[in-house]
Design a protein around this ligand. Structure first.
Ligand code: NAD
Ligand code: TYD
Length: 380
Protein backbone atom coordinates (compact mmCIF):
# COMPACT_ATOMS: atom_id res chain seq x y z
CA UNK A 1 0.00 0.00 0.00
CA UNK A 2 1.26 3.48 -0.80
CA UNK A 3 1.10 5.61 2.29
CA UNK A 4 0.08 9.25 2.25
CA UNK A 5 3.10 10.12 4.37
CA UNK A 6 6.18 8.28 5.58
CA UNK A 7 7.21 9.65 8.95
CA UNK A 8 10.33 8.97 10.95
CA UNK A 9 9.80 9.44 14.68
CA UNK A 10 12.98 9.16 16.75
CA UNK A 11 12.96 8.19 20.43
CA UNK A 12 9.54 6.56 20.12
CA UNK A 13 10.11 3.94 22.78
CA UNK A 14 10.80 6.56 25.45
CA UNK A 15 8.28 8.46 27.52
CA UNK A 16 6.96 11.25 25.29
CA UNK A 17 7.94 9.54 22.04
CA UNK A 18 5.79 6.50 22.82
CA UNK A 19 2.73 8.73 23.28
CA UNK A 20 3.49 10.52 20.00
CA UNK A 21 3.97 7.24 18.10
CA UNK A 22 0.74 5.81 19.54
CA UNK A 23 -1.20 8.94 18.59
CA UNK A 24 0.10 9.02 15.00
CA UNK A 25 -0.20 5.26 14.39
CA UNK A 26 -3.81 5.15 15.58
CA UNK A 27 -5.02 8.52 14.28
CA UNK A 28 -3.42 8.27 10.83
CA UNK A 29 -3.75 4.73 9.43
CA UNK A 30 -2.76 6.16 6.04
CA UNK A 31 0.63 7.30 7.39
CA UNK A 32 3.53 4.91 7.75
CA UNK A 33 5.30 5.48 11.08
CA UNK A 34 8.92 4.39 11.44
CA UNK A 35 10.10 4.50 15.04
CA UNK A 36 13.91 4.76 15.27
CA UNK A 37 15.22 4.18 18.77
CA UNK A 38 18.50 2.94 20.19
CA UNK A 39 16.74 1.52 23.26
CA UNK A 40 19.07 3.00 25.83
CA UNK A 41 18.17 2.45 29.48
CA UNK A 42 15.25 4.88 28.87
CA UNK A 43 13.78 3.13 25.83
CA UNK A 44 11.33 0.31 26.46
CA UNK A 45 9.32 -1.45 23.75
CA UNK A 46 6.70 -2.46 26.29
CA UNK A 47 5.64 1.21 26.12
CA UNK A 48 4.20 0.44 22.68
CA UNK A 49 3.09 -3.18 23.07
CA UNK A 50 -0.52 -2.20 22.33
CA UNK A 51 0.27 -0.94 18.83
CA UNK A 52 3.32 -2.96 17.79
CA UNK A 53 1.30 -5.14 15.42
CA UNK A 54 -0.34 -2.21 13.62
CA UNK A 55 0.22 -2.53 9.84
CA UNK A 56 1.39 1.09 9.51
CA UNK A 57 4.01 0.80 12.27
CA UNK A 58 7.65 -0.28 12.00
CA UNK A 59 10.23 -0.31 14.75
CA UNK A 60 13.92 0.03 13.89
CA UNK A 61 16.58 -0.29 16.54
CA UNK A 62 19.35 2.16 15.74
CA UNK A 63 21.44 5.10 16.85
CA UNK A 64 20.70 8.59 15.49
CA UNK A 65 24.48 9.20 15.59
CA UNK A 66 24.96 6.49 12.94
CA UNK A 67 24.83 8.84 9.97
CA UNK A 68 25.11 6.14 7.28
CA UNK A 69 22.38 3.97 8.78
CA UNK A 70 20.03 6.93 9.22
CA UNK A 71 20.55 7.97 5.58
CA UNK A 72 19.80 4.43 4.37
CA UNK A 73 16.68 4.31 6.52
CA UNK A 74 15.39 7.56 5.01
CA UNK A 75 15.99 6.25 1.53
CA UNK A 76 14.47 2.84 2.21
CA UNK A 77 11.24 4.25 3.63
CA UNK A 78 11.17 7.44 1.52
CA UNK A 79 10.84 9.55 4.64
CA UNK A 80 9.11 12.88 4.08
CA UNK A 81 8.69 14.06 7.67
CA UNK A 82 10.74 13.71 10.84
CA UNK A 83 9.64 14.23 14.43
CA UNK A 84 12.82 14.13 16.47
CA UNK A 85 12.50 13.20 20.15
CA UNK A 86 15.47 10.87 20.71
CA UNK A 87 17.70 12.35 23.37
CA UNK A 88 19.37 11.87 26.69
CA UNK A 89 16.83 13.59 28.89
CA UNK A 90 17.73 13.52 32.57
CA UNK A 91 19.49 16.52 34.14
CA UNK A 92 21.09 14.52 36.99
CA UNK A 93 22.66 12.08 34.51
CA UNK A 94 23.97 14.99 32.44
CA UNK A 95 25.82 16.30 35.48
CA UNK A 96 27.57 12.93 35.88
CA UNK A 97 28.12 12.18 32.20
CA UNK A 98 28.02 15.30 29.98
CA UNK A 99 29.80 13.66 27.01
CA UNK A 100 26.93 11.26 26.36
CA UNK A 101 24.58 14.25 26.24
CA UNK A 102 26.78 16.11 23.76
CA UNK A 103 27.08 12.99 21.64
CA UNK A 104 23.41 12.08 21.40
CA UNK A 105 21.72 15.45 21.68
CA UNK A 106 24.14 17.55 19.63
CA UNK A 107 25.95 15.17 17.26
CA UNK A 108 22.93 12.87 16.97
CA UNK A 109 20.68 15.76 15.95
CA UNK A 110 23.31 16.99 13.49
CA UNK A 111 23.62 13.52 11.98
CA UNK A 112 19.84 13.35 11.52
CA UNK A 113 19.72 16.85 10.00
CA UNK A 114 22.52 16.15 7.55
CA UNK A 115 21.10 12.75 6.56
CA UNK A 116 17.71 14.40 5.92
CA UNK A 117 19.25 17.26 3.95
CA UNK A 118 21.25 14.94 1.68
CA UNK A 119 18.34 12.60 1.11
CA UNK A 120 15.79 15.34 0.45
CA UNK A 121 18.17 17.31 -1.78
CA UNK A 122 18.69 14.17 -3.87
CA UNK A 123 14.98 14.04 -4.71
CA UNK A 124 13.44 15.96 -7.61
CA UNK A 125 10.95 17.71 -5.29
CA UNK A 126 13.79 18.58 -2.85
CA UNK A 127 12.34 20.17 0.32
CA UNK A 128 8.79 20.51 -0.94
CA UNK A 129 6.30 18.82 1.39
CA UNK A 130 9.07 17.91 3.86
CA UNK A 131 9.42 18.83 7.52
CA UNK A 132 12.07 18.31 10.19
CA UNK A 133 10.32 18.90 13.52
CA UNK A 134 12.63 19.08 16.55
CA UNK A 135 11.26 18.57 20.06
CA UNK A 136 13.01 20.65 22.68
CA UNK A 137 12.61 21.86 26.21
CA UNK A 138 11.91 25.08 28.11
CA UNK A 139 15.14 24.43 30.06
CA UNK A 140 17.15 26.07 27.25
CA UNK A 141 15.82 29.45 28.41
CA UNK A 142 17.53 29.13 31.79
CA UNK A 143 15.85 29.92 35.10
CA UNK A 144 13.30 32.48 36.26
CA UNK A 145 13.03 34.03 39.70
CA UNK A 146 10.37 33.59 42.31
CA UNK A 147 8.58 36.92 42.68
CA UNK A 148 5.06 38.25 43.09
CA UNK A 149 3.20 41.52 42.80
CA UNK A 150 3.17 43.52 46.05
CA UNK A 151 0.55 42.40 48.52
CA UNK A 152 -0.23 39.21 46.60
CA UNK A 153 0.46 35.77 48.04
CA UNK A 154 2.02 33.21 45.67
CA UNK A 155 0.92 31.16 43.89
CA UNK A 156 -1.16 33.83 42.26
CA UNK A 157 -3.34 33.65 39.20
CA UNK A 158 -2.36 35.73 36.25
CA UNK A 159 -3.66 36.32 32.80
CA UNK A 160 -0.13 36.97 31.57
CA UNK A 161 -0.80 34.32 29.00
CA UNK A 162 -4.04 34.17 27.08
CA UNK A 163 -5.16 31.14 29.10
CA UNK A 164 -7.99 31.85 31.52
CA UNK A 165 -5.78 31.57 34.54
CA UNK A 166 -2.19 30.72 35.02
CA UNK A 167 -0.99 29.57 38.43
CA UNK A 168 2.27 31.46 38.80
CA UNK A 169 5.18 31.96 41.18
CA UNK A 170 6.69 34.90 39.36
CA UNK A 171 5.96 37.75 37.05
CA UNK A 172 8.35 36.75 34.26
CA UNK A 173 7.72 33.98 31.72
CA UNK A 174 9.59 32.21 28.94
CA UNK A 175 8.51 33.47 25.52
CA UNK A 176 9.59 32.22 22.10
CA UNK A 177 11.80 35.32 21.97
CA UNK A 178 13.50 34.73 25.33
CA UNK A 179 17.28 34.55 24.99
CA UNK A 180 18.81 31.11 25.51
CA UNK A 181 20.67 30.78 28.80
CA UNK A 182 21.08 27.07 29.64
CA UNK A 183 22.69 26.03 32.93
CA UNK A 184 22.93 22.23 32.97
CA UNK A 185 24.83 20.03 30.52
CA UNK A 186 21.41 18.66 29.50
CA UNK A 187 19.93 22.06 28.68
CA UNK A 188 23.19 23.20 27.06
CA UNK A 189 23.11 20.16 24.76
CA UNK A 190 19.45 20.77 23.87
CA UNK A 191 20.15 24.47 23.23
CA UNK A 192 22.98 23.52 20.90
CA UNK A 193 20.78 21.09 18.99
CA UNK A 194 18.06 23.77 18.64
CA UNK A 195 20.64 26.12 17.11
CA UNK A 196 21.73 23.47 14.60
CA UNK A 197 18.12 22.87 13.58
CA UNK A 198 17.51 26.57 12.97
CA UNK A 199 20.85 26.87 11.16
CA UNK A 200 19.73 24.16 8.72
CA UNK A 201 16.73 26.26 7.84
CA UNK A 202 18.69 29.49 7.51
CA UNK A 203 21.64 27.97 5.63
CA UNK A 204 20.12 25.28 3.42
CA UNK A 205 16.47 26.32 3.34
CA UNK A 206 15.47 23.04 4.98
CA UNK A 207 11.91 23.22 6.39
CA UNK A 208 12.41 22.94 10.16
CA UNK A 209 10.37 23.72 13.25
CA UNK A 210 11.26 23.76 16.95
CA UNK A 211 8.99 23.50 19.97
CA UNK A 212 10.06 24.05 23.56
CA UNK A 213 7.91 22.33 26.16
CA UNK A 214 7.68 22.43 29.94
CA UNK A 215 7.92 19.39 32.29
CA UNK A 216 5.74 16.49 31.19
CA UNK A 217 4.10 13.90 33.43
CA UNK A 218 1.94 10.84 32.81
CA UNK A 219 2.18 7.10 32.05
CA UNK A 220 5.41 5.43 30.80
CA UNK A 221 7.87 7.95 32.28
CA UNK A 222 11.14 6.40 33.38
CA UNK A 223 11.22 6.26 37.20
CA UNK A 224 14.29 8.44 37.62
CA UNK A 225 12.10 11.51 37.07
CA UNK A 226 10.36 13.12 40.03
CA UNK A 227 6.76 11.95 39.69
CA UNK A 228 7.13 8.23 38.80
CA UNK A 229 10.12 7.87 41.16
CA UNK A 230 8.12 9.25 44.05
CA UNK A 231 4.97 7.23 43.26
CA UNK A 232 7.06 4.04 43.30
CA UNK A 233 8.90 5.01 46.48
CA UNK A 234 5.68 5.89 48.30
CA UNK A 235 4.22 2.55 47.31
CA UNK A 236 7.24 0.76 48.78
CA UNK A 237 7.54 3.21 51.68
CA UNK A 238 11.02 4.31 50.64
CA UNK A 239 12.41 7.81 51.39
CA UNK A 240 11.50 10.62 48.99
CA UNK A 241 14.68 12.61 48.23
CA UNK A 242 13.63 16.27 47.92
CA UNK A 243 16.46 18.41 46.54
CA UNK A 244 17.31 21.51 48.59
CA UNK A 245 14.27 23.00 50.27
CA UNK A 246 11.79 21.77 47.68
CA UNK A 247 11.10 25.38 46.70
CA UNK A 248 11.90 25.03 42.99
CA UNK A 249 8.99 25.59 40.65
CA UNK A 250 8.14 23.59 37.53
CA UNK A 251 5.31 24.04 35.02
CA UNK A 252 3.65 20.63 34.51
CA UNK A 253 1.87 19.39 31.40
CA UNK A 254 0.10 16.05 30.93
CA UNK A 255 2.03 14.11 28.29
CA UNK A 256 -0.96 13.43 26.04
CA UNK A 257 -1.55 17.17 25.80
CA UNK A 258 2.04 17.53 24.59
CA UNK A 259 1.47 14.77 22.01
CA UNK A 260 -1.68 16.56 20.80
CA UNK A 261 0.26 19.79 20.46
CA UNK A 262 2.95 17.99 18.43
CA UNK A 263 0.28 16.57 16.10
CA UNK A 264 -1.25 20.02 15.61
CA UNK A 265 2.09 21.75 15.06
CA UNK A 266 3.39 19.04 12.73
CA UNK A 267 0.37 19.58 10.49
CA UNK A 268 -0.37 23.27 10.89
CA UNK A 269 2.70 24.95 12.36
CA UNK A 270 4.59 27.48 10.27
CA UNK A 271 7.98 26.43 8.97
CA UNK A 272 10.94 28.10 10.72
CA UNK A 273 8.78 29.11 13.67
CA UNK A 274 9.23 28.26 17.33
CA UNK A 275 6.27 27.42 19.56
CA UNK A 276 6.34 27.21 23.34
CA UNK A 277 4.18 24.49 24.87
CA UNK A 278 3.26 24.65 28.54
CA UNK A 279 0.71 23.64 31.09
CA UNK A 280 -0.10 27.05 32.63
CA UNK A 281 0.38 25.06 35.77
CA UNK A 282 3.25 25.98 38.10
CA UNK A 283 3.91 24.00 41.25
CA UNK A 284 6.52 24.22 43.95
CA UNK A 285 8.15 20.79 44.16
CA UNK A 286 7.22 20.32 47.81
CA UNK A 287 3.54 21.15 47.21
CA UNK A 288 3.38 18.85 44.22
CA UNK A 289 5.03 16.06 46.23
CA UNK A 290 2.40 16.44 48.96
CA UNK A 291 -0.39 16.10 46.38
CA UNK A 292 1.29 12.98 44.97
CA UNK A 293 1.69 11.44 48.46
CA UNK A 294 -1.95 12.07 49.36
CA UNK A 295 -3.18 10.70 46.05
CA UNK A 296 -1.09 7.51 46.34
CA UNK A 297 -2.20 7.02 49.94
CA UNK A 298 -5.86 7.44 49.02
CA UNK A 299 -5.68 5.10 46.03
CA UNK A 300 -3.85 2.46 48.06
CA UNK A 301 -6.46 2.64 50.82
CA UNK A 302 -3.99 4.15 53.29
CA UNK A 303 -4.81 7.12 55.50
CA UNK A 304 -4.39 10.20 53.33
CA UNK A 305 -1.10 11.86 54.28
CA UNK A 306 0.29 9.00 56.37
CA UNK A 307 3.35 8.83 54.08
CA UNK A 308 4.24 12.51 54.37
CA UNK A 309 7.02 11.49 56.75
CA UNK A 310 8.84 9.82 53.84
CA UNK A 311 9.86 13.32 52.69
CA UNK A 312 13.64 13.55 53.12
CA UNK A 313 15.47 16.76 52.29
CA UNK A 314 18.78 16.01 50.54
CA UNK A 315 21.67 18.03 49.10
CA UNK A 316 20.51 20.25 46.27
CA UNK A 317 21.23 19.50 42.61
CA UNK A 318 24.20 21.64 41.45
CA UNK A 319 23.03 24.60 39.35
CA UNK A 320 19.40 23.72 40.15
CA UNK A 321 17.18 26.08 38.12
CA UNK A 322 14.73 27.83 40.44
CA UNK A 323 11.68 28.31 38.27
CA UNK A 324 10.46 27.38 34.79
CA UNK A 325 7.31 29.02 33.45
CA UNK A 326 6.23 28.83 29.84
CA UNK A 327 3.99 31.30 28.09
CA UNK A 328 2.31 29.25 25.38
CA UNK A 329 -0.19 31.90 24.28
CA UNK A 330 1.27 31.96 20.76
CA UNK A 331 0.28 28.32 20.28
CA UNK A 332 -3.15 28.98 21.75
CA UNK A 333 -3.73 32.06 19.67
CA UNK A 334 -2.38 30.83 16.33
CA UNK A 335 -3.32 27.14 16.40
CA UNK A 336 -6.05 26.94 19.03
CA UNK A 337 -4.29 24.44 21.32
CA UNK A 338 -4.84 24.30 25.03
CA UNK A 339 -4.22 21.77 27.79
CA UNK A 340 -7.21 19.45 28.17
CA UNK A 341 -6.70 18.28 31.74
CA UNK A 342 -6.73 20.05 35.06
CA UNK A 343 -3.66 19.10 37.08
CA UNK A 344 -5.67 17.30 39.80
CA UNK A 345 -7.29 15.07 37.14
CA UNK A 346 -3.95 14.48 35.45
CA UNK A 347 -2.21 13.49 38.67
CA UNK A 348 -5.04 11.18 39.67
CA UNK A 349 -4.90 9.48 36.25
CA UNK A 350 -1.12 9.22 36.43
CA UNK A 351 -0.93 7.78 39.94
CA UNK A 352 -3.69 5.30 39.08
CA UNK A 353 -1.78 4.21 35.95
CA UNK A 354 1.46 3.52 37.84
CA UNK A 355 -0.36 1.65 40.59
CA UNK A 356 -2.31 -0.41 38.03
CA UNK A 357 0.82 -1.14 36.00
CA UNK A 358 3.13 -2.37 38.70
CA UNK A 359 4.51 -5.05 36.35
CA UNK A 360 5.72 -2.32 33.98
CA UNK A 361 7.44 -0.57 36.87
CA UNK A 362 8.97 -3.78 38.28
CA UNK A 363 10.24 -4.70 34.84
CA UNK A 364 11.86 -1.33 34.40
CA UNK A 365 13.41 -1.17 37.83
CA UNK A 366 14.84 -4.68 37.41
CA UNK A 367 16.11 -3.91 33.89
CA UNK A 368 14.15 -6.86 32.48
CA UNK A 369 12.79 -4.89 29.56
CA UNK A 370 15.86 -5.70 27.45
CA UNK A 371 14.48 -9.24 27.36
CA UNK A 372 11.33 -7.92 25.75
CA UNK A 373 13.36 -6.69 22.81
CA UNK A 374 15.14 -10.04 22.51
CA UNK A 375 11.92 -12.00 22.58
CA UNK A 376 9.88 -9.74 20.33
CA UNK A 377 12.29 -8.31 17.82
CA UNK A 378 15.73 -9.86 17.57
CA UNK A 379 16.09 -11.72 14.31
CA UNK A 380 13.06 -10.05 12.71
P1 NAD B 1 13.19 9.61 27.45
O1 NAD B 1 14.54 9.65 28.10
O2 NAD B 1 12.05 8.98 28.16
O3 NAD B 1 13.30 8.90 26.02
C1 NAD B 1 14.34 9.14 25.13
C2 NAD B 1 14.33 8.05 24.07
O4 NAD B 1 15.41 8.33 23.14
C3 NAD B 1 14.58 6.65 24.61
O5 NAD B 1 13.66 5.75 24.05
C4 NAD B 1 16.01 6.33 24.18
O6 NAD B 1 16.22 4.95 23.95
C5 NAD B 1 16.10 7.12 22.87
N1 NAD B 1 17.49 7.44 22.54
C6 NAD B 1 18.45 7.97 23.35
N2 NAD B 1 19.60 8.09 22.69
C7 NAD B 1 19.38 7.66 21.42
C8 NAD B 1 20.19 7.56 20.26
N3 NAD B 1 21.48 7.92 20.29
N4 NAD B 1 19.64 7.09 19.12
C9 NAD B 1 18.32 6.71 19.09
N5 NAD B 1 17.52 6.75 20.16
C10 NAD B 1 18.04 7.24 21.32
O7 NAD B 1 12.88 11.13 27.09
P2 NAD B 1 11.49 11.93 27.09
O8 NAD B 1 11.26 12.47 28.44
O9 NAD B 1 10.45 11.13 26.42
O10 NAD B 1 11.90 13.17 26.16
C11 NAD B 1 11.75 13.08 24.74
C12 NAD B 1 12.18 14.39 24.12
O11 NAD B 1 11.39 15.46 24.63
C13 NAD B 1 13.64 14.77 24.42
O12 NAD B 1 14.19 15.35 23.27
C14 NAD B 1 13.53 15.78 25.55
O13 NAD B 1 14.61 16.68 25.53
C15 NAD B 1 12.22 16.47 25.19
N6 NAD B 1 11.47 17.05 26.32
C16 NAD B 1 11.19 16.31 27.44
C17 NAD B 1 10.43 16.87 28.46
C18 NAD B 1 10.06 16.06 29.70
O14 NAD B 1 9.48 16.61 30.64
N7 NAD B 1 10.31 14.76 29.75
C19 NAD B 1 9.99 18.18 28.38
C20 NAD B 1 10.30 18.92 27.21
C21 NAD B 1 11.03 18.34 26.19
P1 TYD C 1 12.99 16.16 37.08
O1 TYD C 1 11.82 15.22 37.02
O2 TYD C 1 14.37 15.57 37.10
O3 TYD C 1 12.83 17.21 35.88
P2 TYD C 1 13.71 18.55 35.53
O4 TYD C 1 14.93 18.57 36.35
O5 TYD C 1 14.00 18.33 34.08
O6 TYD C 1 12.78 19.69 35.80
O7 TYD C 1 12.85 17.05 38.38
C1 TYD C 1 11.73 17.89 38.61
C2 TYD C 1 12.03 18.71 39.84
O8 TYD C 1 12.10 17.85 40.99
C3 TYD C 1 13.36 19.43 39.78
O9 TYD C 1 13.24 20.70 40.42
C4 TYD C 1 14.30 18.54 40.60
C5 TYD C 1 13.36 17.92 41.64
N1 TYD C 1 13.71 16.56 42.08
C6 TYD C 1 13.81 16.27 43.46
O10 TYD C 1 13.62 17.15 44.32
N2 TYD C 1 14.12 14.99 43.82
C7 TYD C 1 14.33 14.00 42.91
O11 TYD C 1 14.63 12.84 43.30
C8 TYD C 1 14.21 14.31 41.51
C9 TYD C 1 14.43 13.25 40.46
C10 TYD C 1 13.89 15.60 41.16
Amino acid sequence: MAYKRNLLITGGAGFIGSHVVRLFVTKYPDYRIINLDKLTYAGNLANLSDIEQAPNYTFVRGDICDFEAVGELMQRYEIDGIIHLAAESHVDRSIRDPFTFARTNVLGTLSLLEAARRYWESRPERFEGKLFYHISTDEVYGALELSHPEGVEPPFTTTASSSEHHLAYGTEFFYETTKYNPHSPYSASKASSDHFVRAYHDTYGMPTLVTNCSNNYGPYQFPEKLIPLFINNIRHRKPLPVYGKGENVRDWLYVEDHARAIDLIFHRGKVAETYNIGGFNEWKNIDLIKVVIKTVDRLLGRTEGEDLDLITYVTDRPGHDMRYAIDSSKLQRELGWEPSLQFEEGIEKTVRWYLDNQAWMDNITSGDYEKYYDEMYRGR
